[in-house]
Design a protein around this ligand. Structure first.
Ligand SMILES: [Zn+2]
Length: 246
């Protein structure tokens, strides 16, 4: 089985044109967990978030405070299944973590070890439950590899799980044209964050929730199409019911 798609792709102007014919999108449910009342914790990783990035980090937290009880989550209710009913969420924590030795490149495994170590040792972080989602924001100049790709080269963010019960998303700083597009840095960050948020809710274990074998997850089908909700740039998401990005 191919590795399920879990990333925000680069802006289309910087991708190689696809030669494959477009297959109409239709997500199907694969039986895995959904996040019904998502509890977001933001972790800003790197000294930059204490310095020049502090204001941006505060804006990202405000974004989650507004968006988690907005129409963006309401529209996901069409993906309810008998065991999971998707409602509003909340931001339950935030932390800025400055590593003793900064790394310019990380692996996904390195991010997982960081998160698990923080959950063991950082008392300011809420402990994980079935609805927990940890958003890890990387500092400018730090890249991450996942699934054979690399941030700013092939993707702009991704979500993943550890062991099917610890859910997280990794948001590299959008410091390249492919991950900013025509947006401001804040708009790029909230747009890609909303993409991963909606995908983590509807496909918490990539490929085991709502998924389309040809087109990927709910956000992939609509990448880089944005709208404003609660004053923030968010990405459109695929609606099976509407047969369109909404
Ligand atoms: Zn995606």
């Amino acid at each position: 089985m191919p590795d399920p798609t879990r990333v925000v792709p680069l802006h289309p102007s910087l991708q190689a044109p696809s030669l494959a014919p477009a297959t109409p999108a239709q997500l199907t449910y694969r039986g895995g967990p959904l996040l019904t009342a998502v509890e977001v914790t933001t972790i800003f990783w790197g000294a930059a978030w204490r310095q020049a990035g502090a204001a941006l980090a505060a804006q990202v937290n405000s974004f989650f405070d507004a968006i988690l009880s907005s129409s963006l989550l309401d529209q996901l209710a069409e993906y309810d299944v008998p065991a999971y009913s998707i409602g509003h969420g909340s931001r339950v924590g935030t932390a800025t973590v400055v590593p003793t030795r900064a790394q310019s490149h990380l692996s996904d495994g390195g991010v997982q070890r960081f998160l698990q170590n923080q959950l063991r040792t950082n008392r300011s972080l809420p402990q994980p439950g079935p609805n927990s989602l940890y958003f890890i924001y990387l500092a400018p100049g730090t890249t991450v590899s996942q699934g054979g790709g690399r941030s700013c080269t092939t993707f702009c963010g991704y979500h993943n799980d550890v062991g099917g019960n610890l859910f997280y998303a990794v948001m590299p700083y959008p410091g390249c044209p492919g991950c900013v597009g025509a947006l401001s840095v804040l708009d790029a960050l909230t747009s890609t964050s909303s993409h991963e948020l909606c995908e983590a809710i509807t496909d918490a274990v990539p490929g085991q929730g709502w998924y389309d074998d040809a087109n990927g997850e709910i956000g992939d089908i609509c990448a880089w199409k944005t709208k404003k909700v609660a004053g923030y740039a968010v990405q459109l998401e695929w609606s099976n019911r509407a047969g369109a990005c909404i």
